[in-house]
Design a protein around this ligand. Structure first.
Ligand code: GLA
Length: 391
């Protein structure tokens, strides 16, 4: 039984009737532009065919009852009274519930009416794997509340509201990429987002190419604090560079040439972090031109360069991600491979000739398992539509 069928069944068990609606919001994979969204850069993600599903119905009860099928846990809360992060009986919200509750809180702050509902949700986006399981939960609930509330926000506005929930309510200082991709994904398309203007366009995936996602099965603690450290390093670099380039507003405004000229003014570690960002933004815009010219090999090479930069300059890789990326890059049919998402564990995304994708996945799994003794999960993914109602 798939995730969707399962929550419909669980909803019936819990509430004694079928849900009126079913919302779906996908995770994402990012092909280029890593750790640049919070520096106003360019990102190139796609929504994937793994998603969070929420089955829901309106209710007259004075609270929302929300059952998490993946955690086998239920909470009751009043969506318009969530600032203390408490349930209706004043017990604290468990961590998993802070994502939907945060969305209700952010919508209420925005004066969007948030109605009570009965809901069951579950996800087949692996948690903590760099595929934006949190954003998919947030977007699925934003859509559910929008459906019941009778108001309308654009997908980008929903994404921004969910980002605010994650920043201010959950307490993770993420950029906009994940929520954007979950909200605005399109089947078979890559999304090119300018994180400064929030303008975006879709680009077709290269012909005869598959995206293969390889989960190392490694999860790291402290991802949040390491992520915040990287953000702080970017701020520090910006403040120093501003003394020499007074017009810059973010690292997006620093050219590679200017950066090379001024690099020695930065403390060594800050220089490495900022170099990744400045070069990655430039790399992403070059990659887009290659993609538009049909140069998949050139594009893949830039993915490999991105992995090296995340490993050596931004230092967000881990040995298992390096093993996976190295093995992937060496296999027939692979154009490029790199860690995707924040890093510190999670997945490698590879661009592979479609006809060779199955053999690639098998050989990659075998090679990884024999080098690390860890069991990876590898699958060929399809770029999918963004958040939407199924029922
Ligand atoms: C996480 C964050 C995103 C982005 C990536 C790194 O996924 O949620 O905003 O910063 O890391 O590119």
């Amino acid at each position: 039984m798939n995730t969707q069928q399962n929550i419909l069944r669980v909803f019936h068990q819990k509430f004694g009737h079928a849900p009126t609606h079913l919302a779906r919001a996908p995770g994402r994979v990012n092909l280029l532009g890593e750790h640049v969204d919070y520096n106003d850069g360019l990102v190139l993600p796609a929504a994937i065919d793994r998603a969070t599903y929420v089955a829901f119905s309106p209710t007259d009860t004075p609270h929302t009852s929300l059952f998490a099928a993946d955690f086998v846990d239920q909470v009751f809360f009043t969506p318009t009274n969530l600032s203390a992060k408490l349930q209706s009986d004043n017990s604290p919200l468990p961590d998993w519930a802070k994502y939907p509750a945060g969305v209700a809180w952010a919508l209420t702050e925005k004066n969007m009416p948030v109605k009570n509902m009965q809901a069951v949700f579950a996800s087949d986006v692996p948690r903590g794997a760099g595929l934006s399981s949190s954003a998919s939960v947030e977007l699925a609930f934003a859509l559910a509340w929008m459906t019941l509330g009778g108001w309308k926000l654009s997908p980008m506005e929903l994404a921004l509201t969910c980002q605010r929930a994650e920043n201010k309510y959950v307490g993770v200082n993420c950029g906009i990429m994940d929520q954007f991709a979950s909200a605005c994904g399109e089947k078979n398309k890559l999304l090119l987002l300018d994180c400064r203007s929030l303008e975006y366009q879709t680009l077709p995936l290269p012909k005869d190419v598959a995206i293969v996602i390889a989960d190392t099965s490694v999860r790291r603690e402290l991802t949040n604090s390491a992520y915040n450290d990287r953000r702080a390093a970017c701020e520090e670099a910006l403040n120093i560079l501003k003394k020499h380039l007074p017009d810059i507003k973010s690292l997006r405004d620093v050219s590679v040439i200017d950066f090379n000229r001024l690099a020695k003014r930065l403390p060594a570690q800050i220089e490495k972090r900022a170099r990744h960002v400045v070069e990655e933004i430039e790399r992403t815009s070059r990659a887009v031109t290659l993609l538009q010219n049909g140069d998949t090999a050139g594009f893949g090479k830039l993915m490999n360069d991105c992995h090296a930069s995340l490993r050596d300059l931004y230092e967000v890789s881990v040995p298992e991600l390096d093993v996976m990326a190295r093995l992937a890059q060496s296999l027939p049919g692979c154009y490029g491979a790199r860690l995707t998402g924040a890093g510190f564990g999670g997945c490698v995304a590879s661009l592979v000739a479609r006809g060779q994708a199955e053999a690639f996945a098998k050989n990659l799994a075998d090679g990884y398992e024999s080098e690390t003794r860890l069991q990876p999960e590898i699958y060929i993914c399809e770029a999918s539509d963004g958040a939407g109602l199924i029922l």
